[in-house]
Design a protein. Structure first.
Length: 84
């Protein structure tokens, strides 16, 4: 039964059409530390510009460890450290 439930969930979440990054017109909000943005931001921005030229990236400062914005949907991705 678990196999069937997982299969149904995958079918529900799987997009019907293949995503065309060249025509993707969307903003993505990343909540992260300044260190993450300084280290990975330029390469990430360049890669997105090359593969999804109409997509926009917004980097939001992560002042605390509260992940409520991610759970509430006000950000799309949050970076952080789990454990030590």
């Amino acid at each position: 039964r678990v196999h069937q439930v997982v299969g149904d969930a995958e079918a529900l979440l799987r997009p019907e059409l293949r995503l065309d990054l060249a025509t993707l017109d969307r903003s993505f909000r990343f909540r992260s530390s300044e260190g993450f943005v300084e280290t990975f931001g330029p390469r990430l921005i360049a890669r997105v510009a090359a593969e999804a030229p109409h997509a926009r990236l917004w980097f939001l400062s992560k002042q605390d460890k509260d992940s409520a914005p991610l759970r509430e949907g006000s950000v799309d991705l949050e970076t952080g450290v789990l454990g030590r």
